[in-house]
Write a protein that binds this ligand. Sequence first.
Ligand code: KIV
Length: 264
Amino acid sequence: MKKTTVLDIARMKAEKRKVVMITAYDALFAKIFDEVGVDVILVGDSLGQVVLGLPNTLGVTMEDMLRHTGAVARGRRRAYLVADMPFLSFQTGPGDAIRNAGRLLQAGAEAVKLEGGRNVEATIRAIVSCDIPVMGHVGLTPQSVHRMGGYRVQGKTDAQRERLLDDARAVQEAGAFAVVLEGMPADLAAAITEALEIPTIGIGAGPRCDGQVLVMQDLLGLFDEFRPKFVKRFGELKGPVQDAVRAYADEVREGKFPGREHSF
Ligand code: KIV
């Protein structure tokens, strides 16, 4: 299969083909997802919760993102690879933002994603001016958890709807090639998708986005500390994984494993 590029992702909207995006954090899963033919792999800063055991994404560092982006880059061959810019890697000014985005590209990413709308317009412009493709992320932005007072659906009032539409426009005007719409009413996401020329990729934003993204542990049924309404579990892998480990533990305890066939 041919390598997916930023041009392919941009073209998919005009061709009315849905963009399929999934998160990955290591080489093994990146290879598995790549073989299935997903369009985009995102090294999300959701890494904080689903891999590092942190309470939110705010503790994820550039070093964490570089390590995991490198691992995913080594596992995937065809999918387009986007890496999240973690908290404080871009908010402190365009110089830091460019440098950190560049470091993620050096680790193997082909684009970076950063959260925010009109407030990060100049930052996106600065990164894009250095030939680094940027994916935007508006609506429920997890790095703003304390401002939002929790992980709440955004864009419920008329004023908030106007602001989110303006945020998405700002991201497009700044030169982003695509934008994630997270945690907003389906009709607002549909209106933003219609208003923009760049593809929208939804998560908790209804079916009328140009693509969808899910966190791999959610869709595989591995993560069950909380189950947001927007997550569909396409597999229930926690049970089979625990069954296998239980069987292993039983056989070790009963002296059945390793048998002669596993011994030298
Ligand atoms: O960090 C992440 O995994 C994300 C997706 C949920 C869009 O930003």
